[in-house]
Design a binder for this molecule. Sequence first.
Ligand code: NAI
Length: 375
Amino acid sequence: MKIGFLKSAHAAEKRFTLTPSMVKKYINKGATVWVEQGAGVSANISDEDLEQAGAHIHSTAAEICSAVRVVVSMQLPAAELLKKMKPDAALVGPFFMQRHPEHVNVCAQYSFKTFSLELIPRISRAQNMDILSSQSNLAGYKAVLEAANIYQGAFPMMMTAAGLISPAKVLVLGAGVAGLQAIATAKRLGAQVSAFDVRPAVKEQVESLGAKFIEVKSEAASEDAGGYATEMSEDYKMKQQQLIANELKKTNIVITTALVPGKRAPTLITKDMVNAMPAGSVVIDMAAEAGGNCEYTKPDECVRVGTVSIAGYTDLPSRVAPEASKLLAQNIFHYLSPAINGKEIAFDLDDEVYKQTLVTQGGEVVHERFKQKES
Ligand code: NAI
């Protein structure tokens, strides 16, 4: 049974979905691994290293798509590749179907199964497959490094003979996976860190990293049964805006990560708040792709308003491509592994993980969330 790994079709996406050590693991499970030539180079993974681990390098994606039972790709492959796939094949990758509903309809034109990995449920059994967590963790780290590069001040306090340099004040909005790593990274660099989240449950985690937790007192539930944030009341939002406005007046760097699943990212930083920030401040808006947490954010740009810089980079994991690829490759191996049965592949569709990630099969949209969208 052959599994094929395609090269990213976008130059800006430097991550790859396979590493030499994962090649060996697939082979140990009885699979044959086919890789598109040069697919790992942007993540410092050479064809030679993959070949040495046992992979077969092929010069075109078309050759791979027409021969394998599983195609793994960072993006939805082009139509001419999809057409070549076998009817009983599976297409696997982080296709972000909710952000690109048009992808659902494209896949539904074919018989093969499409599995979209961002839909992996956040259950404990699936932690080692959770691509959102592994990539957000690195993105939170990289966000702080990008901020440190743009910011012209120092992060740590420095006592020098010439005088004292005060530590940078960092505020992290949203203390989920990315936010917690941003807090930890900013602390390691010596900044004074505070954090805010609508879920009071994260207070302890924030404090255990040595940061100050700032909170809006509220009776309303801010978390759903799955532990995700829910949309907040108007009264709460007003109190929150006031609190953030006051904090921002004394903050040099803000990392925003606030996200409510399936919704546009909440606006937490208005233009007026940015205008009142100290000179030279930096906002890294990690939620740029979902609409942004700051009113000035432009996706994939770093805009300057007065002396304040607002960066809406959406490719933070790709900026740490070798490490991000390592984690991604492990996540994908853990995801596919239970379906690889000797030389065969069989996805158990009663298994919650496959059931919740299967979007199309047999020429139909089968995922409840996207079926509703269609009607
Ligand atoms: P997560 O779901 O673990 O965390 C989001 C946090 O935001 C949660 O703790 C939630 O309670 C909080 N939140 C929701 N509404 C809020 C509000 N109104 N005020 C304050 N906090 C609020 O998500 P994760 O994995 O940490 O990702 C964070 C963001 O980073 C997402 O928008 C994600 O799409 C984005 N991301 C961006 C990348 C990039 O390259 N820019 C890469 C990876 C993730």
